[in-house]
Design a protein around this ligand. Structure first.
Ligand code: ADP
Ligand code: MG
Length: 293
């Protein structure tokens, strides 16, 4: 009867919008006590829009957006799309960058019209010993305190400005978090984004445990650390900078709206990208296993 019950669970999963890699996956959900949620694209829609264009004194705002937009046009990251689309909407013509490089979890670099341009976290600028001048750093912090993500732009050996983007929290996220807690699970927010943005999002959806400013390779280390504390970890992500963590978790859940890498690294796929279905998946597996026992 065991295989039959598992097959029934798998079929019911498909009806709920959950693709299950194999019936045995339902077994590993049994002990899950912690659910790690990636922020961008999982708790939030991941569809960011350009908000503020803040040039350094002496830098032209249109030029700032044109050079940053040109480099970001070569990247698939949600922040990159927001900046490239925002630049195009504001009338910029974006040349194709040379020597484009994606620095995972930090930003991008590329050469545009002979300028070596950097766009990303302050840490990326610091790698070239560049820092934001005080007034730009203050503008960046103010935007972050309001929950916007701010990135720095530099070229020609100088910080040239700050661009901010904002990402909406999914309407269903707070309800999904409450649902996970009702199932006795501890929700955790994990993000490469800065502390202020992470805390603002966590507060809004009701998550108390937050890991911010985590580089993509360190997302795996956070999952491992939770596991070493004796916790059994499910992780939900969209595959942008979190595919390795999804594979490391005891149970990986991919947003169906995410990348192919996420789906490949995961045990379960939430077809509609609705976080509430993560709770349905755990409830389903518990029920299915109860039937077997
Ligand atoms: P999350 O963990 O929320 O999914 P990521 O790990 O993808 O976020 O990115 C972490 C941070 O790295 C971003 O908040 C941003 O500051 C910076 N970053 C990553 N990619 C880019 C990019 N293409 N352009 C600018 N900044 C970027
Ligand atoms: Mg992400």
């Amino acid at each position: 009867a065991t295989p039959t019950a598992l097959m029934v669970g798998t079929g019911r999963g498909a009806q709920l919008g959950i693709l299950i890699r194999g019936p045995e996956v339902l077994e590993s959900t049994r002990r899950v006590d912690t659910v790690v949620l990636d922020k961008t694209g999982t708790v939030t829609t991941g569809t960011m829009r350009l908000q503020d264009v803040i040039p350094a004194p002496g830098t032209d705002a249109a030029e700032l957006l044109r050079l940053a937009g040109a480099v970001e046009h070569a990247s698939e990251h949600p922040i990159a799309r927001a900046i490239a689309d925002g630049a195009i909407e504001r009338g910029a013509e974006l040349p194709v960058p040379e020597g484009f490089e994606n620095v995972a979890g930090l930003g991008v670099r590329g050469v545009v019209d002979g300028h070596a341009v950097l766009v990303g976290r302050e840490k990326l600028l610091a790698e070239e010993s560049l820092a934001l001048p005080d007034e730009l750093a203050a503008a960046k912090r103010a935007a972050e305190a309001e929950g916007r993500t701010a990135v720095a732009v530099a070229w020609g050996g100088e910080a040239r400005g700050v661009l901010t983007v904002a990402d909406a929290i999914k309407e269903t996220s707070a309800e999904a978090v409450a649902e996970l807690e009702r199932l006795g699970l501890t929700p955790v927010l994990l993000t490469g984004d800065n502390r202020a943005v992470a805390d603002a999002v966590a507060r809004e959806v009701g998550i108390g445990e937050v890991y911010a400013e985590v580089l993509p390779e360190d997302k795996v280390a956070v999952v491992k650390r939770l596991q070493s504390e004796g916790r059994t970890v499910a992780m939900v992500g969209d595959g942008v900078n979190d595919a390795a963590a999804l594979a490391t978790a005891d149970l990986g859940l991919a947003m169906g709206t995410g990348t192919d890498a996420a789906i490949e690294a995961s045990d379960l796929t939430l077809v509609r990208g609705d976080l509430r279905v993560a709770a349905d998946a755990i409830r389903l597996s518990r029920k299915t296993l109860a039937t077997i026992k």
